[in-house]
Design a protein around this ligand. Structure first.
Ligand SMILES: NC(=O)C1=CN([C@@H]2O[C@H](COP(=O)(O)OP(=O)(O)OC[C@H]3O[C@@H](n4cnc5c(N)ncnc54)[C@H](OP(=O)(O)O)[C@@H]3O)[C@@H](O)[C@H]2O)C=CC1
Ligand SMILES: CC(=O)[C@H](N)C(=O)O
Length: 279
């Protein structure tokens, strides 16, 4: 299989995406950094270029736009760039009782967490196949393994990502394409500022991005189907009973009442973006 040389990372302006960029740059990959926060992306591109001698391209794009992936594909073609590793990382959550959540925000969440992820895979996978190899890392979550009351849309979006990735992997594993579903538990990033409460964490213990992303890249190297970093997260992901499904949902609802109470009044996007953002 051809070694990946250029990695495109969505949501590279902060958190796990910025960490993927740093670790992939340290491995010698050129980068395409995608998000809305232009200043943050340019700062990161410069820092990683200086530190590792790689070329880091910035592509400012709001992934909730219906034609986002097509625009990314067109921009890559204009710049003469091909992508060997796609890291579909951009995402955010909403939480609280469903009727208190802004419907447009949930719509945008599905556009970013699900639609853009599928659309970008459509854009980039054919080129990987034509060149004889490549890889896709899709960022799911431990929230993917059960229904998540008070984070209903977020958890369901991550279940989609997990199952989509597992299916794709089976389709393409004999054609030189690795597909990994990455399922972290709570990680210290801006995710919890954006969602509005740390109570949205599925478990109480927070990891830092460095070790979590290292676990993802090790799993990718080993061509694993999915990875849940951390023992506590593995136990919660694998030992939680799956059936009866209504009982699992009822237990999850009881365990998540802290999120409901914390969000009395609705969800929030408390991010203070730096620099230019696109509409
Ligand atoms: N932190 C955690 O505990 C966990 C996070 N995850 C997942 O990890 C992924 C990364 O999140 P994390 O690093 O934690 O959170 P952050 O909030 O730190 O990063 C989210 C990234 O997504 C980008 N993003 C959000 N909305 C859009 C949009 N409309 N268009 C383009 N980019 C967008 C943001 O960039 P910008 O605002 O500049 O556009 C940012 O770079 C998400 O998919 C999340 O669901 C999974 C499990 C655990
Ligand atoms: C935010 C997440 O997706 C995370 N897996 C969590 O456990 O809270």
């Amino acid at each position: 299989m051809r070694t990946a040389t250029t990695a495109l990372i969505t949501g590279a302006s902060s958190g796990l995406g910025a960490e993927f960029a740093a670790q992939l740059a340290a491995r010698g990959h050129d980068l395409v950094l995608v998000a809305r926060s232009a200043d943050r992306l340019h700062d990161l591109a410069k820092r990683l270029g200086d530190a590792h001698g790689v070329t880091a391209h910035v592509l400012v794009q709001d992934l909730s736009a219906p034609d986002a992936a097509r625009r990314v594909g067109a921009e890559l073609a204009d710049r003469g760039l091909t992508v060997d590793l796609l890291v579909n990382n951009a995402g955010f959550g909403t939480c609280g009782p469903f009727e208190t959540i802004d419907g447009q925000r949930d719509h945008d969440q599905l556009m970013v967490n699900v639609v853009a992820l599928v659309d970008l895979t459509h854009e980039l996978l054919p080129g990987m196949l034509a060149r004889g190899g490549g890889a896709v890392v899709n960022v799911s979550s431990t929230a993917s393994f059960q229904p998540t009351p008070y984070l209903a849309v977020y958890g369901a979006s991550k279940t989609f990502v997990l199952n989509f990735s597992l299916a794709l992997r089976q389709e393409y594993r004999r054609r030189g394409i690795r597909v990994l579903a990455f399922c972290p538990g709570p990680v210290e990033t801006e995710f919890f500022n954006v969602i509005g409460t740390r109570k949205a964490a599925v478990t109480g213990s927070f990891a830092t991005p460095g070790p979590v992303v290292r676990a993802a890249l090790r799993a990718l190297d080993a061509d694993r189907a999915y990875v849940v970093p951390g023992l506590a997260n593995q136990l919660s992901a694998h030992l939680t009973p799956r059936r009866p499904r209504t009982m699992v949902a009822a237990i999850a609802e009881r365990l998540s009442r802290g999120v409901r109470d914390a969000m009395a009044g609705g969800g929030a996007d408390t991010r203070k973006p730096s620099g230019e953002r696109v509409a």
